[in-house]
Design a protein around this ligand. Structure first.
Ligand SMILES: *[C@@H]1O[C@H](CO)[C@@H](O)[C@H](O)[C@H]1NC(C)=O
Ligand SMILES: *[C@@H]1O[C@H](CO)[C@@H](O)[C@H](O)[C@H]1NC(C)=O
Ligand SMILES: *[C@@H]1O[C@H](CO)[C@@H](O)[C@H](O)[C@H]1NC(C)=O
Ligand SMILES: *[C@@H]1O[C@H](CO)[C@@H](O)[C@H](O)[C@H]1NC(C)=O
Ligand SMILES: *[C@@H]1O[C@H](CO)[C@@H](O)[C@H](O)[C@H]1NC(C)=O
Ligand SMILES: *[C@@H]1O[C@H](CO)[C@@H](O)[C@H](O)[C@H]1NC(C)=O
Ligand SMILES: *[C@@H]1O[C@H](CO)[C@@H](O)[C@H](O)[C@H]1NC(C)=O
Ligand SMILES: *[C@@H]1O[C@H](CO)[C@@H](O)[C@H](O)[C@H]1NC(C)=O
Length: 653
């Protein structure tokens, strides 16, 4: 497993898993610096855990000083984990408010974020509002996390080569014992694993059993189908989408024609035009023109590219720019919907623009161009799902729609560790950086979940998950193919305000999830690995996994040319007002036409917390074999619109 930053500068690197919490305590001391107690929950059981060095490293993080002699008053290491230290008011603010009330390390590197990814995701979930932030002026404004009042406990489980299952499970174990309220994990693989081999699914099951919601990233292996690595129904799985702010980097050619490319380019070339050289025309004798076009290492003649802007048909060329003495690069971008940071002046062009550039180069004796500094533009065509965002269908639990929701995850400016590189081989040190990935989308939804929990502290994980999913905005499926259907965005785009007032919720508890696992026909051995319990499945042979009381409805059918009937049984709980009446409405989606019947079609609730059952029957024939077919069920009392996507697909999808 690895971090889920979109693959441009695709280093596997360390990151923090974040667990949000709300604990800490204070005492006073009549000095300038006062003594404060930082409570970190229960002690890790690992034999190699040394509380003192962990506490020293947190202090170092907070004070920014390498020597903290005399600062640490006491390390608590018997009945609980924590420490007392002399801190100034602003240092205290950093501990209690910039957030970090605990940091645990499950690697041998120390809890400090040496990379930046963990700081970025943490500040997105819960960072304080900070005015005048930007990446060298780009994206300037006030940065603020989802819920600035919440506090963060960070659990570092990854090293540059990946994240171990053992570390992940230990982190879950400790976080649950530490009493966190919510878990957000921006870690995943290239595809789903069976639940019994998936440490995040197993850890999240235990968290769910203890009333803690786990929010996870869908993965960055899109746009191909069946790529999401987060598939368990007891987790909230987040896809990544664009916002209405896009970063563009213009390239002005010698003839003053402007090409619009993407990157986060803070280098100011002052509008000066430099000679352009296409890799193909600078091939060394070692390589063919085809390989040189990609600017592969060892393929370019330095004398022909020195001091010029290198043009490459792949971003792979970024690796050679410096070594061949070029000053900048323009490349054909395989992901033209995402602007990436690069350590030198660069712009990534979509295929069509790249072709215009090549024909310009070929038509001129001395082709030239200037790469401008990145501009932020208002983009009306949003939100769209990032091309990198992993897609469904769910390959493990085929009747559970995944991802569940989409949230901003493209070109996100958030806090960064100055120890880290803002891009691969970048020597700059920054406090804010622009990253893209489902890693960035996940903490947005964690922030929303934390927001909902602030208003309804007693709500179960499933109630929070349901509130977020049923109030999501419908997403416009502008693209074509499977990549722009519910398999990309699930229930839709997260709406923080609406999620506070869902009206009705679909509830699930541990018993329901165990019944679902029984319906998956797992052996008792596997059931024990996932749930940690000895489970006896009910005799009932006919349990249908599609009857899990999930806020979306999905069924995989075999064969596409038959007529079919599928049913979904659901129960909703009234969390709105007493004496309310909800009418059902069905809105068509895409793919083959689905006929949807809801019984009863009207639900009346006398009291809050009252539950009502209903059955959805979907019939149709000749299912589209290319696309899933969909509809939406909406329960409405006039004020609340409780929407569930209904998605039916076949083997052929
Ligand atoms: C960002 O900077 C530009 C140029 O200095 C300024 O016009 C704009 O108001 C700033 N935007 C914000 C949100 O601060
Ligand atoms: C491009 O624009 C610049 C600045 O406006 C101008 O000086 C130059 O002559 C123009 N070049 C061409 C080829 O039009
Ligand atoms: C707006 O965003 C869409 C979706 O990412 C993209 O296709 C389009 O090129 C963007 N428009 C501009 C002007 O950047
Ligand atoms: C979807 O796109 C169409 C065409 O641009 C627009 O009219 C409609 O309002 C959009 N719907 C949503 C929900 O954004
Ligand atoms: C479990 O087994 C039953 C009975 O053989 C079958 O109907 C059902 O489809 C199976 N469920 C799954 C998820 O494979
Ligand atoms: C379904 O029917 C269409 C048209 O009748 C045919 O082209 C296609 O091969 C059939 N598909 C299957 C899976 O039988
Ligand atoms: C689904 O609901 C219908 C109507 O209440 C009921 O007859 C049926 O037994 C339920 N099915 C399951 C599997 O619970
Ligand atoms: C709900 O309706 C019943 C019967 O009309 C009434 O007695 C009760 O007071 C109402 N409850 C509320 C909270 O309005």
């Amino acid at each position: 497993m690895g971090k889920l930053r979109a693959p441009s500068s695709c280093l596997l690197s360390c990151l923090l898993v974040l667990f949000l919490s709300s604990v800490s305590a204070v005492t006073d001391d009549p000095q300038d610096r006062q003594v404060y107690i930082v409570y970190m929950g229960s002690l890790p059981s690992r034999a190699d855990y040394t509380p003192m060095s962990d506490h020293m490293s947190i202090l170092q993080e907070v004070t920014g000083e390498s020597s903290n002699e005399g600062r640490l008053v006491r390390s608590y290491k018997r009945s609980f984990n924590g420490f007392a230290a002399r801190l100034t008011a602003s240092e205290l603010e950093r501990v209690a408010g910039d957030k970090l009330i605990g940091a645990r390390d499950y690697t041998s590197e120390g809890a400090r974020d040496t990379e930046g990814h963990g700081t970025h995701t943490a500040s997105t979930a819960a960072g304080n509002a900070v005015a005048d932030t930007s990446f060298f002026g780009i994206g300037n404004g006030t940065a603020r996390g989802g819920v600035p009042a919440s506090r963060i406990a960070a659990y570092k489980v990854c090293i540059p080569t990946g994240c171990s299952s053992e570390a992940l499970l230990s982190a879950f174990d400790d976080a649950i014992a530490d009493g966190v309220d919510l878990i957000t994990i921006s870690i995943g693989g290239k595809k789903a694993s069976m639940f019994e081999n998936d440490p995040i699914a197993i850890g999240a099951f235990h968290a769910m059993a203890k009333g803690i919601l786990t929010v996870t990233a869908a993965g960055n292996s899109g746009p191909q189908d069946s790529t999401t690595s987060s598939v368990a129904p007891w987790m909230l799985t987040v896809a990544a989408s664009t916002t209405d702010r896009s970063f563009v980097t213009k390239v002005v050619l010698g003839n003053n024609k402007t090409l619009v490319g993407k990157s986060v380019n803070a280098f100011d070339m002052k509008g000066k035009k430099y000679s352009l050289v296409y890799g193909k025309s600078a091939a060394s004798s070692a390589c063919s023109a085809e390989t040189a076009e990609l600017c592969k290492p060892g393929c370019l003649k330095q004398s022909l590219v020195k001091g010029k802007i290198l043009v490459c048909s792949s971003p792979g060329g970024l690796k050679v720019v410096e070594s061949v003495g070029a000053i900048a690069i323009i490349y054909k971008s395989p992901k033209p919907d995402v602007a990436f940071v690069h350590p030198l002046p660069a712009s990534g062009l979509p295929e069509k623009e790249f072709e215009s550039l090549v024909s310009y180069i070929q038509s001129e004796d001395s082709p030239q161009a200037a790469i401008l500094k990145t501009e932020a533009i208002f983009n009306r065509t949003s939100p769209l799902i990032g091309s990198f965002s992993s897609r469904g269908p769910n390959t493990i639990a085929v009747d559970i729609l995944k991802p569940d929701i989409t949230a901003p995850g493209v070109e996100i400016l958030a806090a960064y560790s100055p120890d880290g590189e803002p891009s691969e081989y970048d020597t700059r040190h920054v406090k804010y950086a622009v990253l893209s990935g489902t890693s960035m989308a996940c903490p947005h939804v964690a922030g929303v979940a934390s927001y909902v929990k602030t208003f309804y502290p007693k709500w179960s994980p499933s109630m929070i998950q349901s509130a977020i999913m049923t109030t999501a905005w419908p997403v416009n499926a502008t693209g074509t193919g499977i990549a722009s259907t519910e398999f990309a965005y699930g229930s839709g785009h997260v709406d923080p305000i609406a999620s506070l007032n869902p009206g009705l919720v679909y509830e699930l508890n541990k018993v329901d999830h165990i019944a679902f696992l029984c319906g998956m026909n797992y052996t008792s051995n596997i059931l024990k690995i996932i749930s940690g319990e000895t489970v006896t499945c009910p005799e009932e042979k006919e349990y249908q996994t599609r009857n899990l009381n999930y806020p979306s409805m999905s069924a995989k059918l075999s064969g596409s040319n038959n007529s079919f009937t599928v049913t979904f049984n659901r129960t909703v709980t009234n969390v709105g007002t007493p004496n309310s009446t909800y009418n059902s409405k069905v809105v068509p989606g895409h793919g083959s036409k689905l006929s949807v019947n809801v019984t009863p079609s009207v639900l009346s609730f006398k009291t809050v917390n009252e539950k009502q059952l209903f059955m959805v029957t979907v019939t149709g024939r000749d299912l589209d074999s290319e696309l899933p077919s969909s509809a939406n069920l909406i329960w409405s009392d006039g004020k609340h619109h409780v929407r569930s996507p209904i998605v039916v697909y076949t083997d052929a999808n």
